[in-house]
Design a protein around this ligand. Structure first.
Ligand code: B12
Length: 214
């Protein structure tokens, strides 16, 4: 089995050679989907180390960019293992985007991959999306779920404004809002007026399924 702690540390130290060597060995070992999920979680924890070091001044913006592209590369390699459904969109529709003022997309894209794997149709609006963009997409695609992603503290208010705009447009009662990103928690969920929150893409898909079934 993969050395998860070693991988977490290698991502945190942005040791791309080590990350690639560990992932290469892992991929060659015919891993299961569950193992691939554990590996992805270790990568995400490694990004938390990067974030902490950026926060205390040891890393700089260039490091964030490098770490971001390193993680995106790792996600691409792991994707085939994460299982894809029949693509019949039978689970429902999700309108997804990173909220206004925020350009982080790695976690959003990961959630998109997981949701598509679970047979959701995902309309991905992209990054830095204003409330109006979510309203237009919600009116057009009539999704069961609107997913808002954000990593910056300021994204919390953008999320709140987006929910308020959906309510003002009369769309809120027809859909559920799920927020994601490492800034979200129960308190933020209540403040924003969302129905659910998650900072784990796998759990989030289960939450979406439950919300659609309700
Ligand atoms: C990589 C990175 C970047 C990259 C982004 C690359 C990209 N294309 O996305 C770049 C270099 C562009 C960047 C820029 C900036 N960043 Co940055 N960045 C990060 C870093 C290190 C990792 C983020 C990441 O990809 N994590 C891995 C993914 C997989 O995790 P995740 O996003 O949480 O996603 C998971 C879940 O949350 C969930 N999820 C995510 N979205 C959704 C959506 C839904 C609907 C659901 C259900 C679930 C879900 O699923 C995912 C998988 O489980 C974080 C530190 C951290 N610990 O997060 C800082 C961090 C987020 N950045 C930070 C900052 C300050 C910035 C900048 C302002 C820096 C600057 N001075 O310019 C800019 C902001 C620009 C902007 N306007 O947005 C701060 C934010 C602080 C704050 N609280 O506001 C952090 C926390 C670093 C720190 N400790 O200071 N950043």
């Amino acid at each position: 089995m993969m050395d998860l702690e070693g991988l977490r540390t290698a991502v945190g130290e942005m040791d791309e050679g080590r990350v690639n060597a560990l992932l290469g060995g892992f991929l060659a070992s015919q891993p299961t989907e569950e193992e691939a999920r554990a590996v992805l979680a270790a990568c995400q924890q490694g990004m938390d180390i990067v974030g902490e070091r950026f926060g205390d001044g040891r890393y700089f913006v260039g490091d964030l960019i490098f770490a971001g592209s390193m993680l995106a590369g790792a996600v691409e390699k792991l994707k085939p293992l994460l299982g894809f459904g029949a693509g019949d969109f039978s689970a429902g529709t999700v309108v997804l985007g990173t909220v206004e003022g925020d350009i982080h997309f790695i976690g959003k894209n990961l959630f998109k991959t997981m949701a598509e794997a679970a047979n959701f149709r995902v309309i991905d609006l992209g990054i830095d999306q204003p409330p109006q963009a979510f309203c237009e997409a919600a009116a057009r695609y009539r999704p069961e779920i609107v997913g808002l992603s954000g990593l910056l503290s300021t994204a919390v208010d953008s999320m709140k404004e987006t929910v308020a705009a959906l309510t003002a447009a009369g769309l809120r009662k027809h859909l559920r809002v799920v927020i994601g990103g490492n800034i979200v928690n129960e308190e933020v969920c209540a403040y924003v007026g969302a129905d659910a929150w998650s900072n784990n893409a796998y759990e989030a898909v289960g939450i979406c399924r439950e919300l659609v079934e309700k």
